[in-house]
Design a protein around this ligand. Structure first.
Ligand code: 7RM
Length: 636
């Protein structure tokens, strides 16, 4: 049966599309790709696999993703609003761009990049708050074939420098300062500090936002807005090969420094566009708001590329959920008559803990679809979201995916397949999940529980870790050879629906932000009085997980948690950023270790979760006696 369209409108269609994508993936994805404009058609839809790790989609084709996000809509939707920017300050007027205006603005920005010497393949780093130029700048890079790498504005100078050095960026684009609720963050000063150790940086562009006092370095730094204003609004899109890099985005893993996941042009475009269309099920006059920051993958795929590929209206919000008060999200929903609202469980839980009237006094009747992303959503938060925000009439899409996957992988489809509390539910067409036990044996039949892997490549998968293909292979494809290992655990119910249970590796998910325990330990170990540390996650009411640090002090330099807390946080702020600050510190005299010297984190996780009776087999420990001491210290 020939495939008519890859748009899914019924559950039966979902089921048959999943089958088609499984049985004839090349035909299926060729059909999905027909929605876009190509400068040259592909020779082969897909090649490479999880053994050779030379994954390619739409090889031979050329295209420009911004021609598909912008130019393609000009005839049909030129006057439609593409982006609405809402300020941190509720009294400042929003900025709106129609598709025609956004196209012109991106062209102007593209010309600025070119003038400043940026060429196809060069890396450009963004260290900004959620100002409109973050979105237009990312698109400007894509238009001229430069590779963007956005670094979240909450990272420290050292973290920024590490990323700039790793991808050898030629340019950083920043703000003078960021507004964040009642606070400002000195982005330019942090950039100055970072760039001191980055000899590849030739130019720093500064988007003035607060007017705070900053310094410009002659010949290196330029004010961005006047340059954009003076630039020509016409810039033809660069012809890019399907597998040319589109962006690098850094994310934390179990070990080592953050990994720069590289996404390429054609596969990412098709995946972002396809998933956005089918998951959210928007209609032409709807308005969509994803509350993420463009510094994370969610903001790349579901504020920027996914919505614009689909000609949707997307909101970009500069502020935070609690400023000026905890009703801000709902103010904005009413202000712009948002129909599709996509946020993180941590935000839901935080707002759930505030005065209920902050929600109830709002209309919210424009809402049609709610989404959740970033971490497992607990049932209580799901029910609250459904009842108080969705008034029990909006389907909730609980979307599971990762920086590595480029776009949504497991989710219900709004109004098409069923939403059930705390379950991501079904894999999208093209997604072939499998659960394996710790030996790598596939768990067959339903229900089942295990480590979540993917058996086959999908268009949006990251193709490599920038500059380190070996690490890409080791990180994702060697634990269970021939399979992509997600690092998450999951359960599958009797109907084949997935519930993601959380990370099974040494990654902590704090308020939807991925933090590697090794990175936090490295920062703590910088403290002169600390000999060794072990960091684990533990259940936290609002953040999902909190950061729990076990620390061993030098003999004679023992300190209390109260004394250590500000000192360790200062180190973490310096090396990582405020998102990795500690929630709990427990000074101990030793750590439970195996005979081979490995810390038995399983035990530390249980103790941190106040689950001291269920520690399992500790007989293989070198120092089993330490467990009692640690339990006592933890109050168990
Ligand atoms: C999109 C994003 C990825 C990790 C992932 C999971 C967790 C994300 C969900 C979820 C349960 C969800 N990318 N995660 N979404 N867990 N249900 N709907 O967050 O690279 O920053 O993080 O986030 O552990 O592995 S990410």
């Amino acid at each position: 049966m020939p495939i008519k369209s890859t748009q899914i409108t019924t559950k039966d269609e979902y089921l048959s599309h999943w089958q088609m994508a499984h049985e004839v993936p090349q035909e299926f994805w060729a059909k999905a790709a027909e929605n876009y404009e190509w400068m040259k058609p592909w020779d082969k839809v897909q090649s490479g696999d999880f053994n050779d790790l030379e994954i390619k989609w739409f090889e031979g084709a050329s295209l420009n993703i911004t021609a598909n996000c912008l130019d393609r809509h000009l005839k049909t939707r030129g006057d439609k609003t593409a982006v609405i920017w809402e300020s941190n300050d509720p009294n400042e007027a929003p900025i709106k761009y129609t598709y025609t205006e956004l196209h012109a603005e991106v062209c102007r920005f593209s010309n600025v990049l070119k003038e400043k010497g940026i060429k196809k393949g060069d890396r450009v780093c963004f260290y900004m708050s959620m100002v409109p130029e973050l979105l237009t700048g990312v698109l400007a890079c894509a238009r001229i074939g430069a590779v963007h790498s956005v670094v979240f504005g909450g990272f420290s100078a050292q973290a920024l420098a590490g990323r700039i050095q790793d991808c050898q960026a030629k340019m950083v684009i920043t703000c003078d300062e960021a507004y964040r609720g009642a606070k400002t963050i000195p982005l330019k000063a942090i950039t100055d500090e970072a760039v001191e150790s980055c000899d590849t940086i030739e130019t720093v562009l500064v988007r003035e936002r607060t007017g705070g006092s900053i310094t410009y370095k002659e010949g290196r730094d330029y004010s961005l807005l006047p340059l954009i204003k003076a630039a020509k609004d016409d810039c033809p899109p660069e012809e890019m090969k399907a597998e040319d890099p589109l962006f690098i985005l850094y994310t934390s893993g179990s070990t080592g420094k953050p990994k720069g996941l590289m996404h390429t042009t054609a596969g990412y475009m098709v995946w972002a566009g396809y998933t956005f269309e089918n998951v959210f099920q928007m209609e032409e006059n709807d308005t969509y708001w994803c509350t993420a920051d463009i510094g994370w993958i969610t903001g790349h795929s579901y504020i920027t590329y996914g919505p614009l590929l689909n000609g949707a209206t997307t909101i970009m919000f500069e502020g935070v959920p609690t400023y000026p008060d905890a009703g801000r999200f709902w103010d904005i929903v009413d202000k712009f008559k948002i129909t599709h609202f996509y946020t993180a469980p941590t935000a839901i839980r935080a707002l759930q803990a505030c005065d209920i009237n902050l929600v109830r006094k709002h209309d919210l009747s424009s809402l049609k679809v709610l989404g959740s992303v970033g971490e497992p959503i607990n049932e209580e938060a799901w029910e609250w979201y459904n009842k108080e925000v969705g008034k029990e009439r909006c389907p909730i899409v609980d979307t599971w995916w990762q920086t590595e996957t480029g776009g949504i992988m497991i989710t219900s489809l709004a109004g098409v397949t069923e939403s059930i509390p705390a379950h991501a539910t079904y894999p999208l067409p093209g997604v072939n999940p499998v659960l394996v036990d710790s030996e790598g044996k596939t768990i067959l039949g339903n229900p089942g529980e295990g480590n979540l892997c993917m058996e086959l490549p999908w268009p949006g998968i990251a193709r490599t870790i920038w500059g380190d293909h070996k690490r890409y292979k080791e990180t994702y494809f060697t634990t269970y050879p021939g399979k992509y290992f997600t690092g998450d655990g999951a359960r599958r119910d009797d109907k084949g629906r997935y519930r993601i249970t959380g990370r099974v590796d040494d990654v902590i998910n704090v308020s939807g932000h991925r933090i590697g325990t090794a990175e936090v330990e490295d920062a703590i170990n910088e403290h002169p009085a600390i000999v060794e540390s072990a960091v684990v996650g533990y259940p936290h009411e609002i953040k999902g997980q909190g950061i729990y640090a076990y620390v061993i002090c030098q003999p004679g330099q023992e300190e209390t948690a109260e004394v250590l807390k500000p000192q360790l946080d200062a180190l973490i702020m310096k090396m990582i950023g405020p998102i990795a600050k500690l929630d709990f510190i427990l000074p101990v005299s030793g750590l439970p270790k195996t005979r081979s010297g490995k810390i038995m984190r399983r035990i530390l996780r249980k103790i941190a979760a106040k689950d001291g009776n269920n520690l399992g087999d500790i007989s293989t420990l070198l120092n089993p006696e330490i467990v009692e001491e640690i339990k006592k210290g933890a109050g168990l």
